[in-house]
Design a protein around this ligand. Structure first.
Ligand code: HEC
Length: 104
């Protein structure tokens, strides 16, 4: 996954580091299945933000979903579990998704 960081690195402005959530999404291969603004294998992160807007339990629910994986919310394709990610990293990336996955 280190390759991904280097591949995307030049797009980021040196003096303007990307949000931590975006970095986590890139280094954990989330972007292999998700894009910010269009559906890939999984829903776009903007779709996810829209769906859970105003849902106070969304952060905890989605953190568990990323950790354990699952299907049935957006379609039949399952998201794999991410057992190796720390809870802190998962919460950070989920909270970044929930605010609409900003690039800065
Ligand atoms: C192998 C492909 C794949 C990878 C890798 C992947 N996802 Fe997903 N993701 C999916 C699919 C497919 C769904 C839709 C699941 C469903 O319909 O319940 C999904 C759904 C989601 C949702 C919405 C869940 C819901 O119940 O509404 C979030 C948030 C999410 N992914 C975040 C992430 C994050 C963060 C990562 C990286 C740690 C990640 N995904 C990695 C395929 C993937």
């Amino acid at each position: 996954m280190v390759g991904l960081v280097f591949a995307f690195g030049p797009l980021a402005h040196a003096a303007d580091p990307p949000p931590r959530g975006l970095t986590i999404a890139r280094t954990n291969a989330c972007m292999g299945c998700h894009a910010v603004d269009r559906k890939l294998v999984g829903p776009s992160f903007q779709q996810v933000a829209e769906k859970y807007k105003g849902n106070a339990g969304a952060s905890a629910f989605l953190a568990k979903k990323v950790k354990d994986g699952g299907s049935g919310v957006w379609g039949a394709i399952p998201m794999p579990a991410h057992p190796a990610m720390s809870d802190a990293d998962i919460r950070t990336v989920v909270d970044w998704v929930l605010v609409g996955a900003p690039s800065k």
